[in-house]
Design a protein around this ligand. Structure first.
Ligand code: UDP
Length: 283
C-alpha cells in the first residue's frame, strides 16, 4: 500500500477503534472524519450531531482508554458564524449559524475539557475553504453528491452539468456574491505536521486558523476558473443557500508565527489549476 496500511471503520464503533488502536499503538491521531455539508446539516442536524459529535466523543474516549494523548482535529471557519471582524483572528467569538459549525464547536469544547481534565494534547485547525488537488495528480476532490463550488465549476466547464448556480448575488459584498478564503490542500496537510510537533510540548488545546488571508467572491472563482480551464462556464443566479455567512476571510497570523506555517499556494489561479489538472485527468 503506497501510503501505509488502510483500515476502514466507523468512529462511532468503539470496539473497532479499540482493535485498530491495539494493532498499531499510535502516538497521535489526526481526526478528519466528519460530515461537512452546511446545507445538509440545516436539513438533517441529527446526522451531524451523531457522526461528528458522538463519533468524536467515542474516538476521544478510546484514545483515553488506550493512553493516546495527541490529537490534531479538523475544525472549520464555520465555527465563527457571521464574523464581527474581517479578517477573522482565531480569538474571534465563535457563534456558528449552522449545525455543521455547531457540531465542530462542540468538539472543540470537548477537546478543551479533556485537555484540562485528562491531560490531552490537542490542536484544532480551523480550515477556511479547502481547495485544489495534490500537484502530482494522485489525490483530488470528489464528493457524491458534489456540493462544493470549485468542483461544480469544473463539472460545468467540462459540460458535465449544464451550468453553475451562484447561491445569491444580493449579499453586501463587492459583487453581491459570497466571499471565501481558499487554501490549498497540501498547505493544509503541511500545517498538520507542524501542529503535531507543537502539541507534544504540553497538555492543552491550541487553535489556529488556516487560510490565505485573502477573500474571493463566487463570481471571481468562476471567472478565474474559466481562464484556467479555457472554457466558457454557463452561470445561473439562484437563491441564497441557508446557513451561508456573506464573508469569511482568515487572519492566520498565529499559525504563521507560532507554527512557522506558510502556504506555498498563495495564488488563486495556481490553486484552481491543480484542481483542474486532477479533474481533467480523471474525467
Ligand atoms: N456556492 C455556489 N454554488 C455552488 C456551490 C457553492 O454559489 O454550486 C457558494 C456557496 O454559497 C459559498 C461558496 O460558494 O458561498 C463556497 O461554498 P462551498 O460549498 O464550496 O464551501 P463552504 O463555504 O460551504 O465550505
Amino acid at each position: 500500500m503506497k501510503w501505509g496500511p488502510l483500515e476502514e471503520g466507523d468512529i462511532n464503533d468503539s470496539q473497532r477503534l479499540h482493535s485498530v488502536f491495539h494493532k498499531y499503538q499510535p502516538e497521535a491521531v489526526m481526526h478528519f472524519a466528519a460530515y461537512a455539508y452546511v446545507g445538509e446539516s440545516m436539513a438533517d442536524p441529527l446526522k451531524y450531531y451523531k457522526n461528528n459529535v458522538h463519533g468524536s466523543m467515542t474516538l476521544l474516549n478510546v484514545m483515553r482508554e488506550c493512553n493516546v494523548e495527541n490529537i490534531i482535529f479538523s475544525s472549520t471557519c464555520a465555527t465563527y458564524g457571521i464574523p464581527k471582524a474581517i479578517p477573522i483572528p482565531d480569538s474571534h467569538v465563535q457563534q456558528p449559524v449552522n449545525p455543521y459549525g455547531r457540531s465542530k464547536l462542540v468538539i472543540e469544547h470537548m477537546l478543551r475539557d479533556y485537555a484540562y481534565a485528562y491531560s490531552l494534547r490537542a490542536c484544532s485547525l480551523r480550515y477556511f475553504n479547502a481547495a485544489g488537488s495534490d500537484p502530482d495528480g494522485q489525490i483530488g476532490e470528489w464528493h457524491d453528491p458534489e456540493t462544493h463550488l470549485i468542483p461544480n465549476v469544473m463539472l460545468a466547464a467540462a459540460g458535465k452539468r449544464e451550468s453553475i448556480t451562484v447561491f445569491g448575488d444580493d449579499y453586501d459584498t463587492r459583487d453581491g456574491t459570497c466571499v471565501r478564503d481558499y487554501i490549498h490542500v497540501t498547505d493544509l496537510a503541511e500545517a498538520h505536521v507542524l501542529a503535531l510537533e507543537a502539541v507534544e510540548e504540553r497538555p492543552g488545546l491550541k487553535t489556529y486558523n488556516l487560510g490565505n488571508d485573502e477573500g474571493y467572491s463566487v463570481k471571481e472563482i468562476i471567472d478565474v476558473s474559466a481562464g484556467v480551464c479555457g472554457r466558457e462556464i454557463p452561470v445561473q443566479i439562484g437563491n441564497r443557500r441557508p446557513g451561508d455567512p456573506p464573508v469569511l476571510i482568515a487572519d492566520s497570523s498565529k499559525a504563521r508565527t507560532e507554527l512557522g506555517w506558510k502556504p506555498n499556494y498563495d495564488n488563486l489561479e495556481q490553486i484552481i489549476k491543480t484542481a483542474w489538472d486532477w479533474f481533467s485527468r480523471t474525467n
